[in-house]
Design a protein around this ligand. Structure first.
Ligand SMILES: CC(=O)N[C@@H](CC(=O)O)C(=O)O
Ligand SMILES: [Zn+2]
Length: 313
């Protein structure tokens, strides 16, 4: 044996899927996946079988986030095992179909990696979303992508929160990766956002190819932003919003927010400051899809994770 015993030997990642249209009005993912379904040469690698797939075709057709319920919250054990067939909400039926095709979730037959392509109206730039801080394959992938896209940058959002974590489409895979790029309005395609997403995918697939070829990746550190809490807009007794994101906070995704810093602005011009305990890094600031989820932004904390060395078993 040449490699030392601290190297994690992991299964090859042969089966990879790229999901677009989990939200039907997020146009970069919808457009890239439609492109790649017509001609997949860009996403093929010698040692990887990559399938591009539109997850919510009805929502894509209507150019809406969802038809009955949010598909990216639908992959719960209850939904995936619910009887009812065609009487179930459309996205629950779809979740069951996707789970059959790419899962079953949590089983050895599940796809190795699923990239799920999203756009945000927030000024987040390129953000990769992880669900598990102990997934060393994904952590190594993050490190690889960050280095490969330099001088451009991308950040990693980690959602391991016991209450705020949700059951994503990508969670069907062994290694789920969300890709969130913004700002881009709903229903709009912007070339810079489209190309940034495409570039990240290229490097992600290159990483998987190298891994499958047998390259050993040495230990590394990865900076992540861990999801801490969600902050709602101030509302009246009827649930109507009574303040907006403050101009100092608007578009300031990933910039430090300190106690006392302006957070909301009421319609008569009063400032509501942030009253947390220490510095946090807000993101998903003023995301259009989150008004209905009672969320103005989320706070995160910066952390450095260590990825152990990995290679193919
Ligand atoms: C704006 C948006 O849709 N964001 C995604 C984030 C994710 O994929 O985890 C969502 O809420 O499902
Ligand atoms: Zn989305």
């Amino acid at each position: 044996m040449t490699s030392n015993n601290n190297t994690a030997c992991l299964d090859e990642a042969k089966r990879v899927a790229i999901f677009g249209g989990t939200h039907g009005n997020e146009m970069s993912g919808v457009t890239l996946v439609n492109l790649w379904m017509k001609n997949g040469s860009e996403i093929q690698r010698k040692q990887v079988k990559t399938k591009a797939f539109i997850t919510n075709p009805k929502a894509v057709e209507k150019c809406t986030r969802y038809v009955d319920t949010d598909l990216n919250r639908a992959f719960t054990p209850e939904n995936l095992s619910a009887p009812g067939g065609h009487d179930l909400p459309y996205e629950v039926q779809r979740a069951q179909e996707i789970n059959k095709m790419f899962g079953p979730k949590g089983s050895p037959e599940a796809y190795d990696v699923i990239f799920d392509l999203h756009n945000t109206t927030s000024n987040m730039g390129c953000t990769l979303i992880l669900e598990n801080s102990k997934d060393h394959f994904n952590l190594q992938m993050m490190n690889y992508i960050k280095k490969a896209i330099t001088p451009a940058s991308c950040l990693v959002l980690l959602n391991e929160h016991p209450l705020l974590k949700y059951s994503t489409s990508r969670s069907v895979a062994k290694h789920p990766v969300g890709l969130e790029v913004g700002p881009q309005p709903q229903g709009v395609l912007r070339s810079n956002i489209f190309e940034a997403m495409r570039d990240i995918l290229k490097h992600a697939l290159d990483f998987i190819e190298l891994f499958n070829e047998g390259i050993e990746f040495p230990p590394c550190k990865v900076e992540v932003f861990r999801l801490l809490e969600r902050v709602d807009y101030p509302r009246d007794a009827n649930g109507n919003i009574i303040a907006m994101v403050h101009p100092n906070l608007q578009d300031g995704d990933w910039e430090p927010l300190n106690p006392g810093d302006p957070m909301f602005q009421t319609f008569d011009g009063n400032t509501i400051p942030y009253q947390g305990f220490g510095t946090v890094y807000p993101t998903f600031i003023n995301e259009a899809a989150y008004y209905e989820k009672q969320q103005a932004f989320v706070t995160t904390r910066r952390e450095t994770l260590v990825a152990s060395a990995i290679r193919k078993a």
